[in-house]
Design a protein. Structure first.
Length: 55
């Protein structure tokens, strides 16, 4: 599963609320084709969510 699929699934599970600004960090493996500029992401990137609730 690529990083975008992970983000979409988190949104569908309600982990990313609608609206607002949220930070999503994607950490790719060193050998990822996306980082090398040779193709799309082909690694098991780690996705971290930093969700700030409106107060």
């Amino acid at each position: 599963m690529n990083w975008l699929d992970k983000v979409i699934q988190a949104y569908e599970r309600g982990e990313i609320p609608k609206g607002g600004i949220h930070h999503i960090e994607v950490a790719h493996d060193d050998g990822c084709s996306l980082l090398a500029g040779t193709g799309p992401c082909d690694c098991e990137a780690e996705v971290s969510l930093d969700i700030k609730e409106d107060t």
